[in-house]
Design a protein around this ligand. Structure first.
Ligand code: F6P
Length: 359
């Protein structure tokens, strides 16, 4: 077993062979993580890295690609993932766990690095804690909703994309004296909405953590208009929900992995604002554009640090852990910290900063 913590705390330079996969929704910065992990693995440790294609599907069906410094060249600024990604998990199959175990054993792999969001990290945790499979996590998601890390890569890029869109929407809203309702992603957390709302100068931000009252939203807009401001931007997180008894909203569709398929609340909010205030109102659904394309410089740096730390953690024997950002430092925390959890937005930021600018 190559991964034994050295007495000096410095990872040991013993060569390993590890697999890597990307799971769940894609996210800007995935390639930067893989590139950094591969670079340090190959150049510093002399390791061999095997990429599994299309997440767990590649592990179950042994579809792989050899990863090396040469094959990762040019991928730093590229969005998406060179490995492909899917939702789903080995637990969807009766013999899924045993297939993972035998893939690792037959391919001579010392362990598996799982770059994923809440779902993939929960799977990684179960594989390690219940089935003793050597797995290490790297937290990714534009939603920034993983417990145990101060930030996930992809979030900064998504916020920048949403902010750029809001900047553009201001001028068209002002030209037409309109209310523009911008729906952003984030699942059941309001991180993207809150940050993009602050950065983009939104009039109102609606987040899942605080059910909204559509009457109160309309009153704010009317007050703003009465002060001579006829254009407004309302940012709505896709997971925002009305306060009980205030507005009917249909239950979201559930996909085949049991996840709610969110999206559409912006249309409802825009229609209600238009109907109740008489202001011309339009919905804008940013959707997957928030996940596509090149990562920001900030996300490239964070991803690179995660990738380098992930292979160090492998050499340190930190199976069952994930790399994480804690303040300015990259640390490792147990996968159990993140498994089955979702990190809500910082309500001090919402109340103490975002709300100060509401109409
Ligand atoms: O978790 C990332 C995310 O983009 C969420 O913000 C969004 O709700 C979801 O994925 C969309 O998933 P899909 O790409 O499967 O439609």
């Amino acid at each position: 077993m190559p991964c034994v913590r050295s007495t000096t705390g410095v990872p040991r330079l013993i060569t390993v062979r590890v697999g890597v996969l990307t799971g769940g929704g894609d996210c800007p910065g995935l390639n930067a993580v893989i590139r950094a992990l591969v670079r340090k693995a190959e150049r510093v440790y002399g390791d061999e890295i095997v990429g599994f294609l299309d997440a767990w599907d590649g592990v179950l069906n042994r579809r792989t690609v050899a990863l090396n410094v040469e094959s990762m060249r040019g991928t730093l600024p590229r969005g998406g993932t060179v490995l492909g990604t899917r939702r789903g998990s080995p637990f969807d199959y009766d013999d899924g766990v045993e297939q993972v175990r035998s893939t690792l054993a037959d391919m001579g792999l010392d362990g598996l690095v799982v770059i994923g969001g809440n779902g993939s990290l929960s799977v990684a945790h179960l594989l390690h804690s219940e089935h003793d499979i050597p797995v290490l996590g790297v937290p990714k998601t534009i939603d920034n909703d993983i417990v145990g890390t101060d930030l996930t890569f992809g979030f900064n890029t998504a916020v920048q994309i949403a902010t750029d869109a809001i900047d553009r929407l201001h001028t068209t809203a002002e030209s037409h004296d309109r209310v523009l309702v911008v729906e952003v992603m984030g699942r059941h957390s309001g991180w993207i909405a809150t940050h993009a709302g602050i950065a983009g100068g939104a009039t109102v931000v609606l987040i899942p953590e605080r059910p909204f009252d559509i009457d109160a939203v309309c009153q704010r807009l009317v007050r703003r208009h009465s002060r001579g401001r006829y254009a407004s931007i309302v940012v709505v997180a896709e997971g925002a929900v009305p306060a009980e008894g205030t507005l009917d909203i249909s239950d979201p569709e559930i996909d085949r992995y049991g996840h709610a398929r969110l999206g559409g609340v912006g249309h409802l909010v825009a229609a209600e604002i238009g109907r109740r205030t008489g202001f011309e109102t339009r919905p804008v659904l940013l959707g997957h554009v928030q996940r596509g394309g090149t990562p920001t410089a900030f996300d490239r740096v964070l991803s690179t640090r995660f990738g380098v730390s992930a292979i160090d953690a492998v050499h340190d024997g930190a199976w069952g852990q994930m790399v994480a950002l804690s303040g300015a430092d990259i640390v490792t925390v147990p996968l159990a910290t993140a498994a089955g959890q979702s990190r809500p937005v910082d309500m001090d930021l919402f109340h103490g900063v975002a709300e100060i600018f509401f109409a």
